[in-house]
Ligand binder design. Sequence first.
Ligand code: HEM
Length: 141
Amino acid sequence: MNLEETFGSSYQRVIGQGVGITERGQSFFTRFYEIFFNKSEKIPEKFKNTDMDQQVHMLQKGMYQLITFYLLKTDSDQLQAIAKSHDKLHLDIEPELYDVWLASLLQTVEELDPEYHAELRLAWEVVMTPGILYLKYHYDN
Ligand code: HEM
């Protein structure tokens, strides 16, 4: 398996190309938040003052930062800013919430990618994990 190709083609099927939000991307992220919000009461509580239409765009940009971190292994200014806004002193996103985030993302991919299979899940996990570890690390560092 070529991990990057497997991930890349799945990403295109469920979200589309580039950073602009497509109709497919909009449905993907909307479904993601439905799943994510139902996993723990703590989650909707965190977003109680958030404009969720706007948040869909934010998440796509954020995911792009995770992909870039996986590819380049260097933290961009944008990734540093996400780490800071999510840390203990700001949004206070506890590390275990990132596991819920990833589980929700994988569940969304499984639902929406017609070509979903086990290795494709692995490809998404491998690409997302370095950035998630980075954000967890910066919770209180
Ligand atoms: C690796 C996964 C994640 C990425 C890439 C990500 C990305 C982002 C981005 C780009 C923003 C907007 C800009 C900013 O505030 O920095 C944001 C805001 C936010 N995120 Fe995350 N996030 C992630 C995980 C989480 C998790 C696990 C939670 C837990 C509930 C969370 C809760 C929030 C909240 C509450 C906001 C603020 C919304 C507002 O402005 O009202 N995020 N996130």
